[in-house]
Each structure stands twice: as structure tokens, then as C-alpha cells.
Design a protein around this ligand. Structure first.
Ligand SMILES: O=C(O)CCC(=O)C(=O)O
Ligand SMILES: [Fe+2]
Length: 260
């Protein structure tokens, strides 16, 4: 089961998945280190510089998480053609710095159309951008979901900090597939290891036709070596912070109250 995401709150509120959902006799799934073949899903072959990442984590902890019993923060900004090079005035400076870094570094690693969806040109109409910060302690996760269809547009960027974790992708079944017309080679499930300081982009099918979620586990079973050719390894989770940027749909930003 998955939630066609009613609320990110709900997705985070679920109790952690059982640690040993694989029975004693099941081989655990081995997560890949490179992007699975889901159209519109990209993992850039770059990592945030350690210094930039450490600074962002420190600011997030100081400003939003330390001493508070919260695991999720939502921030909003507006792209403005004359300010901040169209990045998101209203967001804290360190997130605007991060957006600038992402825009520059992703240019060579995304199709132009996708890059433009994420970083519109200076003369593009003003839009509202949401940054959602999620903090996960080892053993915590987020239920499988599709980001709210009525609230968010296409083009989502996710950055991982502090620890890696496996993200699970499940295809949302459409009618033909339920009635047996899916291609026999089509896979409906992929496990991707998101490295610490890595950058993930969800667009098109990956944004609309697949759920994404994180099991609440203490460790992940991941294909070995940088190239994924070695023996798989168990990797312990540390505390992970993720920052996700997405576009609010027109009108969605004026809805009051918590999200949503
Ligand atoms: O922590 C992550 O990388 C995923 C967060 C997410 O999917 C969400 O907030 O909608
Ligand atoms: Fe999500």
C-alpha cells in the first residue's frame, strides 16, 4: 500500500517499518548506487562539497531542529526576476546559496528541459518555491507516497545530508497493468541508495507514476564499491537531513494552515 500523498506530515508520522521485514530466509534486496531506469529520475554524479554541506546542516539544526520535538520544517520563497537571480527570495540565505550551487552543478548533468524546469530563466513568471526539511534518526523513514498532485508542480530536487539511506520506488499501477497488459520486463520496484551529499531529481514519470519512500531501518543493504560491482555491504544509517525543493502550483501557496 502507498499513500497518494495526502500529507507529508502523515507520511512522516507513520511508525517505523519493522526492521526485519525480510524473513530469516529471504535474501534482502540489494539497493543500487546508480539511478534506476525510471524516466525523469536523475542522480547527478556530483556531491555537495563537505564544507558547504556541514554549514547547511549546522544552520538547519540551529534554526529549526535543536531543542525542538519536530522532524519536518516547511519554508517558502518566491522566485523574483530582479532579485536573487530568480532563486527564491524569502528563503534563508543558505538555501539560496544551495540553489545557486545546484543550478550551476546540475547544468551538465540534466537534460536542458529538466534543468530549465528546476531553474527557470530570469524572465520567467514569478513562482512560489517550497523547501521542506526532513530530519531522520536511524530507524526512521517516510511512507511511500507521490508528492501532492494538487499542491506541487513537476520538478523536485532532493539533497541528502549527514547520512545515506535507501529510497524505494514503486510504480503506481494503472488499469492496464492491473489487468495484465504490462510489459513482462517492466519492473515495478527499485531500491536506490542515496549517498550522503548526493542530489536526486524527480520529474515526469518519476514524479507522477512512481511512489518514493524510505523504510524505517537502522541499516541498508547496498551494492558494493563505487561502481556497484563489488560484494554488497550493510551500511549503518546515521542522522540524515534532507532538503527537498518543489514548486507550488498556482493558488496552492495562498491556502492557509499547515501543509496541507
Ligand atoms: O527525505 C527525503 O529524501 C524524501 C522526502 C520526501 O519525499 C518528502 O518530503 O516528500
Ligand atoms: Fe516526497
Amino acid at each position: 500500500m502507498y499513500a497518494v500523498n495526502d500529507a507529508e506530515h502523515d507520511a512522516r508520522a507513520t511508525s517505523p517499518f519493522s526492521e526485519d521485514s525480510d524473513s530469516l530466509f529471504d535474501e534482502p534486496q540489494i539497493a543500487m548506487r546508480t539511478a534506476p531506469p525510471i524516466p525523469g529520475l536523475f542522480v547527478a554524479p556530483i556531491r555537495l562539497p563537505l564544507e558547504l554541506a556541514n554549514d547547511i546542516v549546522q544552520q538547519c539544526m540551529n534554526l529549526y531542529f535543536d531543542g525542538r520535538d519536530v522532524n519536518q520544517i516547511m519554508l517558502f520563497g518566491r522566485t523574483a526576476s530582479e532579485h536573487n537571480q530568480n532563486m527564491g527570495s524569502g528563503l534563508p540565505t543558505f538555501l539560496i546559496t544551495l540553489l545557486h550551487w545546484l543550478a550551476e552543478m546540475l547544468r551538465d548533468h540534466l537534460p536542458e528541459k529538466v534543468h530549465e524546469m528546476l531553474f527557470p530563466p530570469k524572465d520567467a513568471p514569478q513562482r512560489a518555491r517550497q523547501a521542506i526539511l526532513n530530519l531522520y534518526h536511524p530507524g526512521e523513514g517516510i511512507s511511500p507516497h507521490v508528492d501532492l498532485l494538487k499542491r506541487f508542480d513537476d520538478g523536485i530536487i532532493g539533497v541528502s545530508f549527514g547520512s545515506g539511506c535507501v529510497m524505494n520506488f514503486e510504480r503506481v499501477q494503472c488499469q492496464e497493468e492491473l489487468f495484465g497488459e504490462a510489459g513482462p520486463l517492466d519492473r515495478n520496484h527499485w531500491d536506490l541508495y542515496l549517498e550522503e551529499r548526493s542530489v536526486l531529481v524527480l520529474s515526469e514519470d518519476a514524479r507522477y507514476d512512481w511512489t518514493h519512500g524510505i523504510d524505517g531501518k537502522q541499516k541498508d543493504f547496498v551494492s558494493g564499491g563505487i561502481d556497484g560491482q563489488g560484494e554488497p555491504d550493510w551500511i549503518d544509517r546515521g542522522t540524515r537531513l534532507s532538503i527537498t525543493f518543489r514548486w507550488l502550483l498556482p493558488g496552492a501557496d495562498i491556502v492557509g494552515g499547515p501543509d496541507p
